[in-house]
Design a protein around this ligand. Structure first.
Ligand SMILES: [Zn+2]
Ligand SMILES: [Zn+2]
Ligand SMILES: [Zn+2]
Ligand SMILES: [Zn+2]
Length: 195
């Protein structure tokens, strides 16, 4: 789908308009012989119905499509377009080839990540900030941590139990004193050792 013509400053040359969506060409491609140009997405969708040029009905397939000439790409890239977030208060008008980089850090983008400054420090899309509640967020963090602690305690208890069992299996005489360090353990019963 092309860009809405009303977003552009000044008149847009009609060669830069997609005949399918009537918007300004987005990722344009052209048919080889008639040289009609379309948005890549528009013509791809059109071809799923019929393999012809939508303007003059000559036979064209996806394989025939070519990039548009450089002069056309240059004309497109110089067009001045209003930011997608104009409805959210952005007044920026940028060159079409700079639109993507503007959008990636447009302050008015409702999905731009912002950090809660009420104290919890959570990062969230800007449009979620008005409904954000620090206590609710922090409570869920605490709950997650409690679950994690409970899991760790369980694993730790299991490990202790296993260790105790192993120690007892190796040193039956040491039953009950497996916390002792190796030096103070009673001598293991040596073969023929009763001296
Ligand atoms: Zn189009
Ligand atoms: Zn054509
Ligand atoms: Zn903007
Ligand atoms: Zn918060």
């Amino acid at each position: 789908m092309g860009y809405d013509v009303t977003r552009f400053q000044g008149d847009v040359d009609e060669d830069l308009i997609c005949p399918i969506c009537s918007g300004v060409l987005e990722e344009p491609v052209q048919a080889p012989h008639c040289e009609h140009a379309f948005c890549n997405a528009c013509i791809t969708q059109w071809f799923s119905q019929q393999q012809t040029c939508p303007v003059d009905r000559s036979v064209v397939t996806v394989a025939h499509l070519r990039p548009v000439p450089r002069i056309m790409r240059n004309m497109l890239s110089k067009l001045q377009i209003a930011c997608d977030n104009a409805v959210f208060g952005c007044s920026a008008v940028v060159r079409l080839d700079n639109l993507m980089s503007h959008l990636s850090d447009c302050e008015h983008n409702p999905k731009r990540p912002v950090t809660c400054e009420q104290g919890c420090g959570l990062e969230m899309p800007k449009d979620e900030l008005p409904n954000h509640n620090c206590i609710k967020h922090l409570r869920s963090v605490v709950q997650q941590q409690q679950t994690r602690i409970a899991e760790l305690e369980k694993t730790s208890a299991e490990h202790k139990h296993q260790l105790a069992e192993q120690t007892e299996a190796r040193h039956p005489a040491a039953k009950g004193i497996h916390a002792c360090n190796p030096q103070c353990q009673p001598q293991p019963s040596e073969p023929g050792g009763d001296n």
